[in-house]
Design a protein around this ligand. Structure first.
Ligand code: BT5
Length: 330
């Protein structure tokens, strides 16, 4: 699918105007002035936002006022909650995309700064690792990609994957109050069910990374997940019994990731390893199977090193170092 157009800044401005005049009717003249738009443009804008679920109350002679604002992830709805200093300062919002990672790649090639975020309300062709797909529910989940430009060599990137998982886990716990568990390398589980997946893609030369795209999918406010993944996935709403503010969850993820990422760049994975291990029941003493392309390693987890490598004591007593793969409990 072709990616849709980015939500124009006019939608952001309209939402700002409506929010700062809650309960108050504004007539056409006032909207035209505040939004610096033509009357045709205003009608088009009203029609666009209504199609996407925003409700305006209209009274002849008085004008329009906000009746219902969906829980969108527009910059104007996320940025007031940001605690990060530069992650999320630029948010490219889309109502519909093929994949936010794909858009983030285009933006990175155009030279956007580190910390630029792409979010979508609906993603049609979400990608997982190894060509798998990622399913999401319109307006209910978090579908986000972030551009990073670290000075790292390509072989240091697998640690960054662990860092992103840790940030997602901390943000989910802070906002939902749920106990989270990191499944190596970076799935976030709640009660053994996957609620968050991460796909990090890079554009690199042999000795350095040009840029990285961190793709984050969190199942947030869906009542349930699609049947095909129901045995292994869940949503935060299902597990916590309440609707969660997606905009605050995005802001908290950016906050935790920015601080962990800067710490990682300054001090290496060593500085974060204990924190990661504390947040994962999979790091030590778990009987697991790691499926790799064409082979399977089976044994007990024995911790991680500062390169993000997982140690497995195989049944024959040999210690095997695992760098990639899919972990399942044995
Ligand atoms: C991942 O892959 O977990 C990475 C998912 C990254 C998704 C984000 S959304 C924003 C950005 N834009 C993109 O296009 N992608 C990123 P992996 O470990 O390969 O897991 C994929 C597998 O998890 C699938 O084969 C399904 O079995 C399962 N799955 C699919 N959708 C799921 C969901 N919503 N929740 C839990 N499991 C899911």
């Amino acid at each position: 699918m072709q990616n849709g157009k980015a939500t124009g800044c006019k939608v952001d401005r309209l939402v700002n105007v409506l929010l700062s005049h809650r309960g108050i009717f504004l007539n056409q003249e006032k909207f035209l002035k505040k939004l610096e738009i033509s009357s045709k443009g205003l009608l088009r804008l009203f029609s666009q936002v209504r199609q996407e679920g925003l409700c305006l109350e209209e009274v002849t002679g008085r004008g329009w006022r906000l009746k219902r604002l969906p829980d969108w992830l527009l910059g104007s709805m996320v940025q007031p909650h940001l605690r990060s200093t530069y992650f999320g300062q630029r948010i490219h919002h889309y109502f519909r995309v093929g994949s936010t990672n794909e858009i983030a790649h285009q933006l990175a090639l155009e030279g956007v700064p580190e910390g630029t975020v792409v979010v979508a309300e609906e993603q049609i062709h979400g990608r997982g690792r190894l060509g798998r797909s990622w399913l999401s529910q319109k307006g209910r989940d978090i579908i986000l990609s972030l551009v990073l430009r670290p000075s790292l060599s390509p072989c240091e990137v697998s640690c960054l994957n662990l860092v992103v998982g840790l940030a997602a886990s901390k943000a989910i716990r802070a906002v939902s109050g749920l106990a989270t568990d990191l499944k190596w390398p970076n799935d976030v589980l709640v009660r053994k069910k996957k609620c968050c997946g991460i796909l990090t893609e890079m554009n690199a030369q042999s000795d350095h990374v040009d840029y990285l795209i961190v793709g984050l999918g969190i199942n947030v406010n869906g009542i349930s997940v699609p049947k095909v993944i129901a045995d292994k996935a869940s949503t935060l709403r299902r597990e916590s019994g309440r609707l969660l503010p997606r905009n605050i969850l995005v802001a908290e993820f950016l906050y935790y990731l920015e601080s962990l990422y800067l710490n990682f760049l300054r001090n290496g994975m060593q500085a974060l390893l204990d924190d990661w291990i504390e947040n994962s029941s999979y790091a030590t003493g778990k009987q697991v199977k790691i499926q790799q392309l064409g082979r399977c390693v089976q044994g007990i987890t024995m911790g991680l090193n500062r390169q993000g490598v997982l140690f497995i004591r195989r049944v024959d007593g040999q210690i095997e170092k695992v760098m990639t793969g899919d972990l399942v409990q044995w």
